[in-house]
Structures are given as structure tokens and as C-alpha cells.
Design a protein around this ligand. Structure first.
Ligand code: GTP
Ligand code: K
Ligand code: MG
Length: 495
């Protein structure tokens, strides 16, 4: 780590450093593969082979591999050179045959890459890695960094990255087939098409009457907002958009229902548990992930940091976060915890708002107040969907639970359920509510489009934009660093 830090210091900002790692498994094996990626890959290959001339691109060459600092032979092995063909001229002087421009760019990462296939003994591998580490501009790769670069250079979409991760972890044939399909971009292309149908260019001029039925719903609606008062809009445009959204909605819905839920992004949906102190938030986390991930105690303000757990809920990969109880406090550590909790709430895809049922006043006004304190700020249309969890139901008097749920139903509040983390009662209904919410995350936006359209076109356009953003997170079009980090976190070094 220290070496890495030092190397980073020497690497000017904006200029890519070159990474290297053992890409095959650790331990003794017949052949080990060491990869490099980045602008110094060619120089590294020259140094380690002791030859000025690089091998022919993408062809396997047998070379002596040596330690450039001592000129000592480390092994004889196979080397492969994958130049980044965007900068062909750098590697191929005029007159020499270069790979055609139609070849995929560079190696797996889209940069200059090299591979060294050496004998898999620890001394050989260790010697090669150390030799690489001593070269200027090279540093050991972080976990998943090769794949991350491939993604950043447009060689892989996010669904393909996920497919690759799945392929590496695949243990069954079904998993392997599925991973390969995903890697080939099947899912990514589908999401991309939906996304394009939802939006595309924001039209700066009056809409073209030739636009077909499926052409870009969002642009249509925005054009309607901008131009309808000038009477420039063709009759029936909105009806066309309605039909397009309806078709899309049916298609997305069908996709979610065809038993392919397991294909969802590994990174998962962010479900955030929030509520006042001592409501039982940490108890709920532990109940759902079936292990004591977070500390539970009767002391209010026990949880300060965000506690995360990755789990599968109804086939959906979920990242569940427990957060500090929301309250005003003088304790600076707890105050930091509360601010982290609020930040998490802002980024949540679904919020589980936990209240202790015994503390809740069923009088609708009070109820809504208690709930508001738990919800992220902002207008409902932009807020993550929420489930109200009335915990500690075991402490309620007979009949009080039903009254509470009734009060929720009347107050146009989010869906609610009674739960006891102590007895486990109610967890099934919570899970089924949560499953429905997960399914609705994208569909919901399309559905709300229909709801708003009759009232307010601006809100309707906003819903289309939200639907597009949800899709964009999956196809990698919208930058979503937190999703990236989770996807790449599961990769180990050398991938
Ligand atoms: N009777 C009963 N007690 C519960 C239930 N759930 C949690 N508790 C208790 O309530 C207390 C607080 O639980 P926690 O899970 O620590 O609550 P929290 O919301 O995480 O609290 P903070 O992290 O301090 O905000 C503990 O003593 C739990 O044992 C429940 O369903 N029934
Ligand atoms: K507590
Ligand atoms: Mg807690």
C-alpha cells in the first residue's frame, strides 16, 4: 500500500498510471498470467524482455523474461502485446503493418496492455511482480481496476461488467450461460433501447410531425410544454406519447415478470432503514440479514455509523443500510452519525421508515408528523418510495395494531406493516411489500406519468426523466459512482 501511495504521488494528475497484477489464481500452478494496463505497458514489456522491439500486436511470442535491474533471467514465457489502437501511430511507424482500425481498441481495458504467461511458481511470479513494481510509472492494480478501466474506456457496459463478474464466479452451467449472455450485452442493449425510447434529444425546435409512434416520449412531452401555446404542435402528439409510454410500460413489466429477476444488477438496490432512536432499526437489519451485523441495545443512539449488508430479497440484490437514529443531539459523534444517516436517505432507492408502534399516535396529523421526520426532504415525486414499518408490535394491546394500520390507510401514507423484530411476526408481509417496491422502482415512474399527465405535463415529463435515470444507472449512461463502487468492490485484484 505504501508503494502504491508513493507511485501515485509520482503520477501527475490526469495522466493514467500503469497498473499490473497477477491475473491468474494464487498458489503454485502450471502457468501464471501477469497483466499490465496503461501507457507504460510497452516500455515495461521492452524492459522485461530486454528487447527494443515489441512483439507483433495480439500474437503470442516466446521471450526470455528478465529482471531489468539485474539483467537476471527470471523465466522463459509467452508474452502478448495489445496496443491501444487509438494511438496507432505511436506504436506503428509508417510503412509497418498495423492492426486495422476496425480491431477492438487495445486489450481488455482499451488501453495499452500486455500479458506475461510465466511458470506459476511463487519465486517466478514474485520476481516478475517485483520487477514490474520497480519500473517507473507502474503500480500494483487495485481490486477490479482492470475491469473498471475497461468500463471507463467504453469497452464494457455496466451490465457486461456484471456479466463478467458473474462468469468468473459461475459455478453452475446455468450461471455460466446466463453470465455469457449478459456479457454479450443482451440486457444492456435492451435497457439502452428503452432508455432511447424514453428520451433522446431534447428538441430545441418545434417537434417534427413525422416523428413515429415510438419516437422519444420525453422529447415529445417537453416539446408540448414548450410549444403548445404557440399552436405549433400537431394534433394528437400527446396521444402518441401515451401509446408509446403504455407500450414501454408493458414491455418493462413483462420483462420483470418473466422469471429473470435474478439477472438484476449485482450492485443492488439501496434500501435504507431510518427512523428515530430505539425504534428497532438495527434489530430489523439483523432480522433481515440473519446475523448480528449491527449492535442492538436499549441505549438510544447506539448506532452511529452506517452499517451495510448485501442480501437477496425476492431475487433482487439489495444493499441494506442501517443508520443512526434521527434526533437532535449534542454528542458530536452521534451528530456525525445523524448527518450520515440523512445523506444515506437522500441516496436511497427505497426507505424503510421504522417507528416503534407503541410510540405512535394514530391521530392522522401526529402520525404524518412522526413520519415526515423520517422521510428524506423534497417533493414526493422526487422522493424514494417508502415503507412504513411499525415495529415492536408485540408490545401493542389487542386490537391497537389494526387501528394503526387503518389510520395509515386513511392518511394517504406510504404502505405500512406491523412488525415485531422480537418475535419475527410480520416479517413476511414486510418482505412482500418490499418485493413489490423493488419491482415498482422503474415501473412506478412510468405509472406516475399517466397519473400526472392529466394534471400537469411538467410533472409528467419529470417522471419520464426519472424513469430514464433509473435505466441509465443500469446501462452506465448516467454516472452513478456508488453503483460502480459496489460492482467493482466484488472484483478481486487482477480482474
Ligand atoms: N419488544 C420489542 N423490543 C424490540 C423490538 N425490536 C427492537 N427491540 C428492542 O428495542 C431496543 C432498541 O433496539 P435497536 O435495534 O438497538 O434500535 P435502533 O433503532 O437501532 O436504535 P439506535 O441505533 O439507538 O437508534 C433494544 O432493546 C431492542 O431489543 C421488538 O420488535 N419488540
Ligand atoms: K438502541
Ligand atoms: Mg441502531
Amino acid at each position: 500500500a505504501a508503494l502504491r501511495a508513493v507511485k501515485r504521488l509520482h503520477c501527475p494528475a490526469g495522466k493514467r498510471d500503469t497498473i499490473f497484477a497477477l491475473s491468474s489464481g494464487r498458489g503454485k500452478c502450471g502457468v501464471a498470467v501477469v497483466r499490465t494496463s496503461g501507457p507504460a505497458s510497452g516500455a515495461a514489456l521492452r524492459s522485461l524482455t530486454g528487447q527494443q522491439e515489441l512483439p507483433r500486436p495480439r500474437a503470442v511470442a516466446l521471450r526470455r523474461i528478465l529482471d531489468p535491474s539485474s539483467a537476471e533471467t527470471l523465466d522463459r514465457g509467452l508474452v502478448i502485446w495489445f496496443p491501444d489502437t487509438r494511438y496507432q501511430s505511436r506504436h506503428c511507424p509508417p510503412g509497418l503493418s498495423c492492426p486495422s482500425a476496425t480491431l477492438a481498441l487495445g486489450g481488455f481495458t482499451g488501453e495499452d496492455c500486455s500479458e506475461l504467461h510465466v511458470h506459476g511458481g511463487p519465486a517466478v511470479v514474485g520476481g516478475v511482480l517485483q520487477a514490474l513494481g520497480r519500473l517507473p510509472g507502474l503500480r500494483p492494480a487495485d481490486p477490479g481496476e482492470f475491469t473498471k478501466r475497461a468500463f471507463q474506456n467504453g469497452k464494457l457496459g455496466l451490465t457486461e461488467v456484471e456479466g463478467l463478474g458473474d462468469l468468473i464466479h459461475a459455478e453452475t452451467e446455468a450461471q455460466r450461460r446466463q453470465a455469457l449472455r449478459q456479457m454479450e450485452g443482451e440486457l444492456g442493449q435492451l435497457y439502452q433501447r428503452w432508455s432511447e425510447e424514453l428520451t433522446k434529444a431534447r428538441s430545441p425546435s418545434p417537434p417534427n410531425p413525422d416523428w413515429g409512434l415510438n419516437a422519444h416520449a420525453l422529447a415529445h412531452v417537453e416539446a408540448f410544454i414548450d410549444f403548445s401555446e404557440d399552436d405549433n404542435l400537431e394534433e394528437g402528439v400527446l396521444a402518441q406519447v401515451d401509446a408509446a409510454v403504455q407500450t414501454l410500460q408493458e414491455e418493462v413489466s413483462g420483462h420483470l415478470q418473466d422469471g429473470r429477476r435474478g439477472e438484476r444488477l449485482r450492485g443492488g438496490v439501496h434500501v435504507v432503514i431510518a427512523g428515530p432512536t430505539n425504534a428497532g432499526k438495527s434489530s430489523l437489519l439483523n432480522l433481515l440479514c440473519q446475523r448480528p451485523a449491527a449492535i442492538v441495545s436499549p441505549v438510544a443512539g447506539t448506532t452511529r455509523d452506517v452499517v451495510e449488508s448485501a442480501l437477496n430479497i425476492g431475487g433482487y440484490p439489495v444493499v441494506l443500510s442501517d443508520t443512526a437514529g434521527l434526533r437532535e443531539t449534542q454528542d458530536i459523534v452521534e451528530r456525525e452519525g445523524v448527518s450520515r444517516a440523512r445523506e444515506r436517505l437522500q441516496r436511497a432507492d427505497v426507505v424503510l421508515a421504522v417507528l416503534a408502534a407503541v410510540d405512535v399516535d394514530p391521530e392522522p396529523g401526529r402520525f404524518a408528523d412522526a413520519l415526515r421526520a423520517v422521510l428524506p426532504p423534497g417533493p414526493p415525486a422526487q422522493r424514494a418510495p417508502c415503507i412504513l414499518v411499525l415495529n415492536k408490535a408485540d408490545l401493542l394491546e389487542e386490537g391497537r395494531g389494526g387501528a394503526l394500520l387503518g389510520a395509515c390507510g386513511e392518511g394517504a401514507l406510504p404502505p405500512a406493516c406491523l412488525l415485531s423484530c422480537k418475535t419475527g411476526e410480520g416479517v413476511d408481509s414486510l418482505l412482500s411489500l418490499l418485493g413489490t417496491q423493488l419491482e415498482q422502482i422503474c415501473l412506478g415512474s412510468l405509472g406516475r406519468y399517466h397519473g400526472y399527465k392529466s394534471l400537469d405535463l411538467v410533472l409528467a415529463a419529470e417522471e419520464l426523466r426519472l424513469a430514464r435515470r433509473h435505466l441509465g444507472k443500469i446501462t452506465g449512461q448516467v454516472s452513478a459512482e456508488e453503483i460502480l463502487d459496489i460492482v467493482f468492490r466484488d472484483f478481486c485484484v487482477g480482474k
